[in-house]
Structure formats: C-alpha cells, structure tokens
Design a protein around this ligand. Structure first.
Ligand code: ADP
Length: 926
C-alpha cells in the first residue's frame, strides 16, 4: 500500500476500536459556550457539518471545574446539567459516522480572575505564570488536589453519559495537568511535588481515574487519549527528556493514543534552538517498545494531502487537522479527491460554512478570512505596475496582480540595489495586503514609512484598474459616484460611523484628506472611559453612570451640554461592547485625572489605545468592503433645496469630483493643528506646540458653517500638561494614572498630578522654569507599554537609583530622594497630605530603574465645534436640523464643557460615531 493511501484507510486503536481513517479533527476553541459553559445549537451544527468522512472529531476542551475555564466562551463538563447539551454534540458527530472524542481540562494558573468572577485561580503552587499581568494562583491544598482528580473523574463519567466514544485528557498548553508536571509551576513539598517522580503523580492519577470511570460506566471500546506539550520555555521547565519520561509512564498504564500539541507537526525544539531535528524524529528514536505500541498523533499546519503524507513519513500514526477543518467542513472529502487547498475563508460565507459568530471573530479564524465581496469594485483583471515612493531615490517597482474581485499577488520587481530592510518589510506588508484583500492594513512596526508607501502604491494600482474596468464597460470614470452615506474623516468617529452605517445596510464611502487612515485618533493613548461595563464588573470595580456623569460635568466646569453628556454616559458601556463584538477588546482598565474610579478601558496589554483601535476598526472596514478614498479632501458639502445631496472633493491628482450621497457624516476632527485658528480664539496660546497630527485643521467646521451650521465653545481649547517639547509627543495620562508623579527643577512635587488637565497645565506654566519632569519607576513601566515606546523614542532619562537620576536631571539628589520617600509614604497611607492626590496612589516609587521625562503643556484638544442634537444631527444657528448632515467626534462642540477629561475623547468618538452612522444610514434609507 502506498503511503498516499494509508492516511485514508482504517486504523485500529489499541483498545480494538477501528477509526475509518487516520484523520481526526483537532480540538479547537470556538468561544461559543453560553450561560456559563453550556452548548449552543449553533455549536452542535458546527460539529455536525464537520463530521462524516473524517475518522474522529475531538471536541474542544471542556472545563471540569467552574474555576478552570481558560478563555471566554469555554464549554464545561463540570456539572450534570451540561450533559444534555454535550450529548447533542456527540449524537451529531456520531450520526454523521465519525467517532466523537471529548477533550477535558482545567486551566489552573492560566485562568484569568475575570473569567471566574474575580476569584484567584488555583495551581499546584502559588507561582504566577511568567507572563505580564498573570495572576498569582492559590496553591491547591492536598485535599483540593484529591478533589480535582475526582472532578476529572466526574468529567469522564459525564462524557460517557453524553455518549462520547472517548475522552482526550488535556495534559498540554501549560494548563493544570502540565502545571503539576512542570518544575516551574509545581514547587510543592508534599508527595505531589518535588522530584520528577512526584510530579508525574497528578497526570497519572488523572489517567487512573479516567480508566476507572471507563471500566465502571463504559465498555472497552471507550477511547482514552492524552495530549501533551513536548517542552516548555520556563526555567526550570519541562524538557523533552522529561516528557519522554512521563509518556513512558502513561503508556505503561494504557492509552489509545498520544497527541503532540504543537503549531507545526514537524516543529523542532523550542528550547534547544540550535537543533533543527523535528521533535517527532527524536520521539521515534527515544521511545521504548511499550511506548511504540501507543499510536502517536501529529497536529499543526496540515492543509493538504502532501502534509498528511509527510506526517506519516515522519512516523506519526494519526494526523489531527485544525484550521483547515474550519475553512473546509468537508476537508477529508476534498483531500481524498486530490484537491489542493489554500487556507483562507471567504468573508461572505460564514453561515454557509457553519462557523459560529464568536469563532468567526476569534483571531485564529479572523486571520484566515479574506474579503471576497468586492462586487462593487470590479477590477480589470491583470497586472498593474506602480512605483513605490520612498524617502531615498530608489523608487522600487511593484506588480499588483488582480482578478476581477481580488488582489491575487503583489510582487517586487527584482532590483539588486534594493535595501535588504525594505525587501524584508515588503514581504510582511505583502502578506497582510493579500490576507485582507485590501491596501488598508497595519504598517510593519519599525518600517512604517516603507509600509505606507507600499500600501499607497497598491491603492494606486487598484484605482487605475477600477478606472480601466469602468472604461472597458463603456462608462465614464469621472462621472459622479453614488453612495447612501459619505463619511468625512477616517479617525475613530468616522470609522465607527462607517462601520455602523454599513451594518445598517447603507453603501458607504469614507473620504480622508491625508494619505493614511486614522486621523488624530491613532495618537490617542490613555483609553476609553465608560462606567458600569462588563469588564469593570469582571475586575470587581464598582462604578456608576451617575458618578461618571457628575465627574465629567465637574471636570468640564459645569459648562458641558448635558443633553449630549446624558447620552454619552448612557451609551458608553454599550459602545465598549460594540467594539468587543467587532474584535476590539478594551478589557484592561486604568484611570485618568478628574475621575475617581478606574474606568479608562484600554487593550489587555496596557498599550496605547489609538493604534489598537484604528487597526481593529480598519479590519472591520475591510471585512465590510467599505470604500475609502485617501489623499482626497472634501472641499464642499452640497446642499440643495434644504437637503444635503453629496460632496465635492479634490483628489491627489488635483481632479475635482462630485460624489452624490443621501447623507453625510462629518467626522473631521478638531483644529489644534491650525495655529491661526487656535490663536484667533485664544491669543495667549501663540507659540504653543501641538500634540495633534497635521490634518487637525478644523476644515469640517468650515464646511458645515458654509451650509449654515452653528458653533459652540470655540474658545475652549485644552492644553495637555505632559508633552515632550522637542517632538510634541504626548506623554500619556496613563503614566500618571499608573503611579507617576511630577516634580519641578528643584526636585519637589508641586501639585496634585491627578487633577484635571487644565489645572495641572496651569500649575506647570506657573513654575518659574515652565516645565516639569514626570518621574516613575520600574513598576509603572512594567504595567504601561507606552513607557517602552517613550524609552525607544529616546525621551526618557533613566538611572538605577534616585540619586543617579537626580544627577542626570541636574536636581539636588537629596531633595529628589526625599520627595520620592515622602510620596511613597503617602502611598502607604493612601493619603497625600501635601497636595490631596486621592487616586492612582498605586505603588511607592522605590523600584529601580527610575525614569524621568521632561515635559511642558501643548495644545491638545478643541472642545468647541459644530452644534448637534442628541441624535447627532447637525443644527443650524437657529437650532434647526440641517437635513442629511450628521457630525461626530472632535468636530462637535459642547460635550466636554471647558475641559475634556482624559479617556473621554475616545469614548466620544466611538459613542457618537456609532450613533451618527446609524442615524445617517436610517436617514439615507428612509
Ligand atoms: P475624531 O477623533 O473626531 O475621529 P480624528 O482627528 O481622529 O477625529 O480624525 C479626523 C480625520 O478627518 C483626520 O484624519 C483628518 O485628516 C480628516 N479630515 C479633516 N478634514 C477633512 C476634509 N475636509 N476632507 C477629508 N478628510 C478630512
């Protein structure tokens, strides 16, 4: 028999059960569990359609204890009430003719407290996983260890009751079973820890109880598999020889298969990176005759039959298939019929492929989705050549290959003179463009300018081909294009509006005058304020919308438009969920000046919110195939007989075009970068730097004024207290919110750092030197990714001790040290008797290295702008609605009163962006 036939022919497991072939669907998280881990009907269907020709389906891991779930939307087997739902999955799989195996696990110390009601996770020892923000687990007592083994047994009993053909014990992925075997996470001194033999006890006990349950409740055909991670990076940690030791012991007790957990089935060691030999080869060479009797399964990167054949050649007996089974439910039939498959998912086919919504948004699937719905674009198929405009004179040439509906390739014309760095970053940006089927993708970090120029060249090629297609069809490329909704500006407000309008069924165009998407939003750092959110609840933070309202009002000196403020506060938690539903999770929470509660939502890793937000919104834009025109300014909003009818634009080639639309959302941002306008309203701000991007010129205000819009609060211009002056780079409030202080050139604190921006700025301007230092220690840096960016940009002065830092800053060392000690005392007492700081008294400033950045205020935000009603319709100077004109974001005035609170701008743009998009769409589609 040729190796080619072997993969598709029956295979008998040690317990005598025959699989119809050697292929299994790998256990994969779907995040689709509902009501604390119950099975939803769509999950049953997901498994039903994937069963059939494949030998077995290993159903995703089920937690055996309600403190053991390692990700949101996990399904459970921790209680008898879960059996009925799981039984439906088992029946669905078996009904199609595949064996149904269920994976069981406990996440141990990898469980995040917020998933288990804010409780501490548990583990063999009280040692946190070596990853940022990992919670320190509680060490299980001896009695609890026994109970956990019992729970594994109960899980097996329930799996049998649910009708599964077998279970797979999840001893991998650094979950609890692996934690017991690991010398890093298990430093117990009882018989469960210490020596390697002691550490094998827990995995062996779980296997023993599995056998015992199978003997009691199932027949001998019940399959028992075990999944393992061959190595871990921890020091000390499990090495391959340790794994072989454990596997030998497991094999002695009897197993039907062993399942490597790896991202690629031929992966070499991750510890000994000098050794290129695939681990499976080592496994085959090292295993005993007894272990060799247990079939071994490979997983990772299997897409085509050539992959399965290669896996068998290397010694695997069975092959598990992951992502390919999501993308192709009938994957086995396809490879049996010799199809060659590409690993991507057509963006229009979620329902057809029976992929549950939460899985669709899961990063593993998200990365495979390719937008196939470009019906409106219709490229002319062929290869289009463009020059990439680089900073030097090299001008590389790219070839963009297009089918009528998608980008099929982007290649670089061979050129020996090209910079290696360019060629390397090109490969990354190329694959991002192909995956997204769009030039609007994240730039490669460290190669932003190059990425932007490649993106631009691809966008030009697409535009050329669109034009060519229109000409070929006998059309006129200069003729007006028609949309339901035109959005002016591609910052957070514009993108949220465009996505919402598209979701409401409108045909949407985004017009952006700059050459990249993101506006000033991309520079936003702190986060998004919202009260009473799910993420706050998960972290046990008590907050109220009323407090949020009152504090924003107080921060704005009671000048806020309370109608807008009410809407803002009410909608904020919904807007956080709107983002999460679109894959943009802001689940880490900090605080900003003027707020009394942690309510500033930011990305999980504590990084700046702006880049993350724009990247996520652009992915959503691409998925919906929303048209974007870059380097195109709106020069006029067309308004005839009392209604908006479209816009006039000027593009990069200086062509004037008219776009017809039924409504317009103006989301053009503020005017901080228009110094003439700033000085017109606030003469004393002449000469101030601005933190804003160049596009913040206030042109949207002028466009709307031309059609009669009223304005409000134009003189309310915020200066931000902490701006690095040589680069105008904003030092995020989250640094102070994370525990930093401000000191003057004498080395002394001079104000409550957590006061509102206007007051802190005034205090700095009142210092004789007119600048200050923001000072923090290693504890603050570790929790705030932004700090690393400041370090990388060279703003930060650092030193090992406060004295050395003082010397660098030309400050008296004793004074600085006394200041830090005094402040640290206030942290201990949670009371600042000098300046009354009452929030973010987080840690004593006492862990080196110590850091300082010299800062002074800069123009940051314009609170004034056009007038809207609570539904985002633009009002004229008589407070009458201008039909078809909507506005959102910084272009609008009134919400923030005379001082905007940190974290309220991002909330503003998302909340009102969504609303404006929704209103503009419903107006257009009336
Ligand atoms: P917000 O925070 O309110 O979303 P941003 O400053 O992030 O505002 O984004 C506004 C965007 O609008 C910027 O990218 C800016 O370049 C763009 N913009 C401003 N005026 C125009 C215009 N007349 N035509 C097209 N785009 C514009």
């Amino acid at each position: 028999m040729s190796i080619n036939d072997r993969i598709l022919t029956p295979f008998t497991l040690p317990n005598g059960v025959e699989l119809k072939n050697r292929l299994l669907m790998a256990p994969m998280t779907t995040c689709t569990g509902i009501n604390n881990g119950m099975v939803s009907p769509e999950l049953v269907e997901y498994y039903r359609v994937r069963a059939g020709s494949i030998g077995a389906v290993i159903v995703e891991c089920c937690f055996i204890d309600d403190k053991g779930l390692a990700f949101p939307g996990a399904i459970g087997i921790d209680h008898d009430d879960k059996v009925a739902g799981l039984a439906q999955i088992a029946a669905a799989i078996k009904g199609q003719g595949s064996k149904a195996i269920l994976q069981i696990y406990h996440g141990g110390r990898m469980v995040e407290p917020e998933l288990i009601g804010g409780n501490s996770p548990v583990g063999p020892s009280a040692i946190a996983a070596p990853r940022e923000g990992a919670a320190k687990p509680l060490a299980l007592t001896g009695e609890q260890v026994d109970y956990t083994i019992y729970q594994f047994g109960e899980g097996v009993r329930r799996a049998i009751e649910a009708g599964f053909d077998g279970v797979e014990i999840h001893g991998a992925n650094t979950y609890l079973i692996q934690q017991f075997y690991s010398p890093h996470s298990n430093q117990r001194t009882d018989h469960w820890g210490g020596s390697r033999d002691n550490r094998t006890r827990f995995p062996l006990a779980v296997l023993d109880i599995t056998h015992s349950m199978a003997r009691q409740y199932a027949d001998p055909s019940f399959i028992i598999g075990y999944r393992f991670s061959p190595e871990e990076l921890e020091e000390p940690g499990i090495r391959f020889a340790d794994t072989m030791y454990l596997l030998e012991k497991l094999a002695q007790r009897g197993l039907d298969y062993l399942h490597f957990s790896m991202g690629y089935f031929l992966r070499p060691s991750i510890v000994d990176t000098q050794d290129p030999a695939p681990l499976i080869e080592k496994y085959i060479a090292m295993r005993s005759a007894e272990l060799a009797r247990v079939p071994v399964m490979g997983v990772g990167g299997v897409v085509n039959k050539t992959d399965t054949d290669m896996a068998l050649e290397h010694g695997y007996d069975l092959v598990a298939v992951g992502k390919a089974c999501i993308a192709y439910p009938d994957w086995t039939d396809r490879i049996a019929s010799q199809q060659t498959l590409e690993l991507f998912i057509d963006s229009t086919k979620r329902e057809e492929l029976t992929i549950p919504e939460p899985l669709w948004r899961f990063s593993l699937v998200d990365a495979m989705i390719r937008d196939m719905s470009l019906s409106s674009k219709k490229f002319k198929a062929g290869v289009f050549q463009e020059k990439v405009q680089t900073d030097d004179d090299s001008q590389p040439v790219i070839n963009v290959s297009l089918e009528t509906d998608r980008i099929t390739d982007v290649t670089l014309q061979p050129d020996a003179s090209l910079d290696v760095a360019f060629v390397t970053s090109f490969e990354t940006i190329r694959s991002r463009i192909l995956d997204a089927n769009s030039p609007h993708v994240d730039a490669v970090s460290g190669a932003t300018t190059q990425s932007e120029s490649v993106k631009k060249a691809v966008a030009k090629a697409l535009a050329k081909s669109c034009k060519a297609q229109i000409l070929e069809e006998g059309g006129n490329p200069a003729a007006s294009q028609n949309y339901d909704v035109v959005v002016i500006g591609s910052g957070g407000a514009g993108l949220a509006a465009a996505i919402q309008a598209s979701d409401d069924g409108a045909r949407v165009l985004v017009i952006e005058k700059m050459s990249g998407i993101g506006g000033n939003t991309i520079k936003a750092s702190a986060g998004m304020n919202a009260a009473e959110t799910r993420f706050q609840k998960l972290k046990g933070i008590v907050d109220s919308k009323e407090w949020f309202y009152q504090e924003t009002l107080k921060g704005g000196n009671y000048k806020n438009n309370t109608v807008l403020l009410n809407r803002f506060v009410e909608q904020a938690p919904l807007a956080v969920e709107w983002l999460a539903d679109r894959g943009i999770e802001l689940n880490d929470i900090t605080i900003t000046g003027g707020m009394s509660v942690d309510r500033t939502h930011r990305p999980a890793d504590g990084s700046a919110v702006g880049g993350y937000l724009i990247s996520g919104l652009v992915k959503n834009l691409n998925k919906r195939n929303i048209d974007v025109m870059l380097d195109t300014s709106v020069t006029e909003i067309l308004y005839q007989q009392g209604v908006v009818t479209g816009v006039r634009v000027l593009n990069e080639d200086q062509e004037q075009l008219t776009i017809v639309s039924k409504s317009v959302v103006v989301a053009s941002g503020g005017f901080s970068a228009n110094s003439e306008m700033v000085v017109k309203y606030r003469p004393e701000l002449a000469g101030f730097v601005t933190t804003n991007h160049k596009g913040a010129t206030g042109s949207g205000i002028a466009l709307l004024e031309q059609i009669g819009a009223g304005t409000v609060d134009m003189g309310e211009i915020q200066i931000h207290p902490t701006v690095e002056q040589t680069t105008s780079y904003l030092i995020s409030e989250s640094i102070r919110g994370g525990g930093a202080i401000l000191v003057n050139q004498n080395g002394q604190r001079f104000f409550n750092e957590m006061e509102t921006r206007d007051k802190v700025s005034a205090a700095i301007i009142n210092l004789p030197e007119k600048y200050a230092y923001i000072v923090f220690d290693e504890q603050v840096r570790l929790k705030n990714k932004a700090a690393d960016e400041y370090l990388a940009r060279g703003f930060v002065i650092s030193a090992d001790t406060p004295q050395a830092l003082a010397a660098e800053l030309n400050i008296d060392p004793q004074t600085l040290q006394a200041t830090l000690a005094r402040y640290s005392g206030f942290v201990e007492a949670q009371c600042d008797s000098d300046f009354g700081r009452s929030s973010a008294l987080r840690h004593p400033v006492n862990q080196g290295p110590f850091y300082a950045i010299r800062i002074a205020p800069g123009v940051h935000h314009t609170m004034g702008g056009v007038v809207i009603n609570a539904d985002s319709a633009v009002l004229d100077s008589q407070n009458q609605v201008i039909n078809g004109a909507f506005a959102a974001g910084e272009v609008v005035g009134g919400l923030h009163g005379n001082n905007r609170i940190g974290g309220n701008a991002v909330a503003d743009i998302i909340i009102f962006g969504i609303q404006a998009g929704n209103q503009a769409a419903s107006y257009a589609l009336r």
